[in-house]
Design a protein around this ligand. Structure first.
Ligand SMILES: Nc1nc2c(ncn2[C@@H]2O[C@H](COP(=O)(O)OP(=O)(O)OP(=O)(O)O)[C@@H](O)[C@H]2O)c(=O)[nH]1
Ligand SMILES: [Mg+2]
Length: 312
């Protein structure tokens, strides 16, 4: 997309470098991850149609000759945290409120307007300006956009607003222009070719989790976590790059293990195949993926396991 900064208007003047932190918050399923991927131009965060897909804070870095914007995608803010995992997810969101130059509050235009929206409590602690991003404009009429904007404007202090479709890309270039007006002068925080701060194995576990969300029903995706036991970069006999990955899927109960495996192991075989293909695309390498399933009762409330899975 063509990118312009205000500073470029001053032809001949040295252009001061701008950099800053833009944190994307909102309720589960609003389209935060879709938006971050659209802004960064890479598939960093996993996306599914189910709420509570994202469980961690994931950064996506957009680098340009004259600016660097560090976006943070966050978990959807959970209304009634039922487990320590939910509390950790909410803490990731609350952490992003403190260090932002700008907050993008993403709201799904098809979602009900509720006075009890937990976003109000969440934003009470926020100091950064809030840009209200009304997402999924492809699904509603113009009048709804106006109504929703006025509803929010009566309830929270909004610096600006825009309606977009993160899915189709409509108005995302305009959103970026607005974002850039909030970015102060600053240093280059990350090397320009760096897209995120997480290692590849983190994204591998996320891809496997995404496929679990897509392939299994009901409580299964919410009962699973994925651990990468080993990650080895090597080459095939013919000298092509090959990554050997051993992953463990943790579930809460023995019955869930049976569901993940499926009859005669058919379900886990399918999961392994679709995950491997997506990981190959992500890593641009051949991948050998081995998966196993382990039962860990109560991992969502177990401090040690949560630490192991990066929730601490
Ligand atoms: N029609 C439409 N669907 C969208 C749009 N943006 C996102 N979606 C869909 O909304 C669903 C949720 O998108 P995500 O990006 O995973 O939402 P999220 O806010 O990151 O969700 P959590 O990680 O669960 O908090 C997916 O099925 C997306 O394809 C949009 O602009 N229009
Ligand atoms: Mg998400």
């Amino acid at each position: 997309m063509p990118i312009q900064t205000n500073t470029e208007a001053l032809a001949g003047e040295p252009v001061p470098f701008r950099s800053g932190f833009v944190n994307i918050v909102g309720r589960p399923n609003a389209g935060k991850s879709t938006l971050m991927n659209a802004l960064v131009g890479e598939r960093m965060s996993i996306i599914t149609h189910k709420p509570q897909t994202t469980r961690h804070r994931i950064i996506g870095i957009l680098s340009h000759e004259h600016f660097q914007v560090i976006f943070s995608d966050t978990p959807g803010y959970v209304r009634d945290p039922a487990y320590k995992m939910h509390q950790a997810m909410n803490r990731f969101v609350e952490g992003t409120l403190e260090d932002a130059d700008l907050l993008l509050l993403v709201f799904d235009l098809t979602e009900e307007l509720e006075e009890t929206n937990p976003v109000f409590t969440m934003l009470a602690a926020a100091e950064a300006p809030v840009l209200l991003v009304l997402n999924k404009m492809d699904l509603v009429k113009e009048q709804r956009i106006q109504d929703v904007y006025h509803w929010w404007a009566k309830r929270i202090r909004i610096a600006d607003f825009i309606a977009i479709s993160a899915l189709s890309g409509e108005n995302t270039a305009e959103l970026l222009q607005k974002i850039l007006t909030y970015i102060p002068q600053g240093p280059v925080y990350y090397p320009p070719d760096q897209l995120t701060d997480r290692p590849e194995r983190f994204f591998v576990s996320e891809i496997i989790r995404e496929k679990i969300f897509l392939l299994y029903a009901e409580e299964i995706p919410y009962s699973c976590e994925v651990g990468i036991e080993s990650y080895q970069e090597t080459v095939t006999k013919t000298g092509e790059p090959l990554v050997r990955i051993q992953a463990t899927i943790y579930v809460l109960r023995e019955t869930q293990k049976g569901i993940i495996l499926g009859k005669g192991g058919a379900a886990i075989k399918k999961l392994g195949m679709v995950a491997r293909m997506a990981i190959e695309t992500f890593l641009q390498s051949k991948v050998f993926l081995e998966t196993s399933v382990k039962v860990r009762n109560n991992w969502r409330d177990d401090e040690r396991m949560l630490q192991q899975f990066g929730y601490k």
